[in-house]
Write a protein of this length. Structure first.
Length: 198
């Protein structure tokens, strides 16, 4: 079973990275084959909305995103992690998400309307960290994650959300958060055999 961690933070070694590191440790401990993608390392463009994927389900833009599509398609579980920027994902990971328009097109081509009521490619989870404490802090990021995973034909299973975490490495002072992240990875693997939500 394969689990892909998508690191969405532009800041190397920050709170988001630390939490996703822990989640992937938990997944490995539970027996998953783990791979990581760092959005900040990808020199990719956004979706051009050119319609090139409409008939094939494949993106026509030739850049490093072409190496990411097979990793996404091979994953049974994806854990996406991002800090909050203006109540949504970081720009770096949003580029990756927008380029998955091709995978949405592929799903439309391969599945009927009735078949699209079910998710057949796996499960997706989200880890999000924000500096403020607003009641709607994670509303935007959750909607983005939900429809990102929908495009990938994956069910969105929720995740972990931490407010008032800003300074680099501050999450290391929260032992409960580190434990929760490890358990998220471990439990995601253990629950994978359960029926997928529709």
């Amino acid at each position: 079973m394969k689990l892909l961690g998508i690191y969405g933070s532009p800041r190397k070694g920050g709170n988001t990275d630390i939490l996703l590191d822990k989640a992937l440790e938990g997944a490995k401990a539970a027996g998953a084959e783990v791979e990581a993608v760092y959005a900040r390392k990808l020199d990719i463009s956004g979706c051009r909305e050119c319609g090139g994927c409409d008939k094939t389900g494949k993106c026509v833009v030739k850049d490093p995103m072409q190496e990411i599509y097979p990793k996404i398609q091979a994953a049974d579980i994806i854990i996406l992690a991002s800090p909050i920027f203006f109540y949504d994902m970081s720009a770096q990971v949003k580029l990756l998400i927008d380029r998955c328009q091709a995978m949405w097109a592929k799903r439309m081509l391969e599945k009927t309307k009735e078949e699209r009521k079910h998710y057949d490619s796996g499960k997706g989870y989200l880890i999000a960290v924000g500096a403020t404490r607003g009641s709607n802090l994670f509303t935007g990021v959750e909607l983005t994650a939900k429809y990102f995973f929908d495009a990938l034909d994956m069910s969105y299973e929720g995740g972990l959300f931490y407010r008032r975490v800003d300074k680099k490495g501050a999450i290391l002072e929260n032992s409960d958060a580190l434990k929760e992240a490890f358990e998220l990875g471990s439990e995601a693997v253990k629950k994978f055999s359960e029926p997928i939500k529709t």
